[in-house]
Write a protein that binds this ligand. Structure first.
Ligand code: SAM
Length: 210
């Protein structure tokens, strides 16, 4: 048993819908790239501890992380999740409904950058963000999240270790380069205070200063 298996088996409390999503993704030939359960539980706790009432997620896939985030919201809370692919959004909505969380969640289908511009124009503000879509836009998504944030908002991001590829400076491919840039940004931007947890594939947590 690894330390991760131990943590997962002892601390993670998935419901039946969450447990079924992995198989549902396989049956639909969708990628198995949901966050691992221990990252889901961590996102849930972070959202709950921060008292988040309005959450923005970028990248829904089958709704696995959406369910963790929506569960952390109070009854009058709201999660807006952005997803490029209609078939992913349809499966996410199905799972969110099965979990009884559809009152709290809106899935917006389309390119995240365009939807973020729209949300900004409409004056929307959020107190918690989870960024888990196309890596090449991560810096842009963090910049947009800062524009859309209430003071003290939390921005979380997945895959900031990229399977260890970011440590290999010889690997100058677009994905590790983009992830190194976003790590640099959240570590050094004076508007943020941040940490990178070595849980899962690297979970970034940044707080937007008042
Ligand atoms: N957060 C999900 C979870 O843990 O259950 C996994 C999300 S998966 C890693 C990334 C998702 O982002 C995919 O479903 C993909 O279709 C979506 N995506 C990729 N590029 C996007 C874009 N430009 N705008 C919105 N969604 C995008």
């Amino acid at each position: 048993m690894t330390a991760n298996d131990y943590i997962r088996s002892l601390f993670v409390k998935e419901d039946e819908v969450q447990k079924s999503i992995e198989q549902g993704l396989t049956e639909r030939n969708m990628p198995q790239i949901s966050v691992p359960p221990e990252v889901g539980q961590t996102l849930y706790l972070l959202a709950k501890i921060s008292g988040a009432k309005k959450i923005l997620e970028i990248g829904a896939l089958g709704g696995y992380s959406s369910i963790w985030l929506a569960k952390a919201l109070p009854l009058d809370g709201k999660l807006i999740s952005l997803e490029l692919k209609q078939e992913h959004a349809d499966f996410a909505i199905e799972n969110i409904q099965k979990a009884g969380l559809d009152q709290k969640v809106s899935l917006l289908v389309g390119d995240a950058s365009e939807i973020l511009d729209r949300l900004e124009k409409n004056g929307e503000k959020f107190d918690f963000f989870f960024i888990d879509a196309d890596k090449l836009n991560f810096v842009h998504y963090v910049e947009k999240a800062i524009q859309l944030s209430k003071p003290g908002a939390i921005i979380t991001l997945d895959n900031l270790l990229l399977g260890g590829r970011i440590l290999d400076e010889a690997d100058q491919n677009p994905a590790p380069t983009a992830v190194r840039q976003v790590n640099q940004m959240i570590a050094q931007d004076p508007r943020l205070e941040s940490m990178l947890l070595t849980i899962g594939d690297g979970l970034g947590i940044a707080r937007v200063k008042e």
